[in-house]
Design a protein around this ligand. Structure first.
Ligand SMILES: [Zn+2]
Length: 246
């Protein structure tokens, strides 16, 4: 092993890192409430002047924010041009979590724990607040899953739709977005597990029955039972597929 060279310890900060400082400035404005959903960012050349940085740094920062789903760029000139703060950061959050899950930055037991906790709360809120429309949105994927001829992929999609409908019925946007993000993060893992099951008939029958019981508890406004059942449903399934992993 060679001696560490002294030149390796301290290098000048690359100029390209300036974009991170631009990012920090824009974040500051968002956190301070100066920039809200639908607001337009100052034009590129104005940001260059305001922040005293290069055009390249500003562009790089805007690209990062777009990729995060925070900014939406509008092309063209005039009052409608430029970058606008996006109203749908949940897509960015979903994508972000999905990629980190794929890279195994979150161990599965942690994800199961998070799902169980989140969805328990969502189910309780749904039991308190679900409207007839909300119940209809939960019922739809439930009916579709009753079809025993459904492919495992279709079943998984309906399963997701059911859980998302519960989260949305709770009326808490943040919880719903987080549920969607975590759920879509485990989508591939769940689907892989579905395909490996050699007792699919029995497992899907059990999942079906559990979903109906959760739905009934929500429809009957039984807060405690709705929370308990959804948590048991999530933990039970992951316990069952646990032996398939590795
Ligand atoms: Zn389910």
């Amino acid at each position: 092993m060679a001696e560490p060279t002294t030149t390796a310890a301290w290098e000048p900060v690359p100029r390209s890192r300036t974009f991170e400082l631009v990012l920090a400035r824009i974040e500051e404005q968002i956190l301070a409430g100066n920039l809200r959903v639908g607001d337009r960012l100052p034009p590129e050349r104005e940001l260059v002047e305001l922040l005293g940085v290069s055009r390249a740094a500003v562009r790089e920062a805007l690209r990062v924010l777009e990729a995060q789903g925070v900014l939406r760029s509008r092309v063209g000139t005039g009052p409608a041009s430029g970058s606008v703060i996006s109203a749908m950061p949940s897509e960015g959050l979903t994508q972000f979590l999905r990629l980190h899950m794929a890279l195994a930055n979150f161990p599965l037991p942690d994800v199961v724990e998070a799902r169980a906790t989140l969805e328990r709360s969502s189910a309780r809120l749904a039991a308190e607040r679900a409207t007839d429309d909300d119940l209809a949105r939960m019922d739809e994927p439930l009916r579709r899953m009753d079809d025993t001829g459904l492919s495992r992929e279709e079943f998984n999609d309906c399963d997701t739709a059911f859980h998302v409908a519960i989260a949305e019925a709770g009326g808490n946007r943040l919880m719903a977005d987080m549920t969607v993000a975590v759920r879509s993060a485990v989508r591939t893992a769940l689907l892989t597990a579905f395909h490996k099951l050699d007792d699919w008939e029995a497992v899907s029958a059990r999942l079906r029955a559990e979903h109906h019981a959760v739905y009934d508890a929500i429809a009957l406004r039984d807060t405690e039972r709705a929370g308990d059942l959804v948590e048991a449903h999530i933990r039970g399934f992951h316990q069952h597929i646990g032996h398939l992993r590795g």
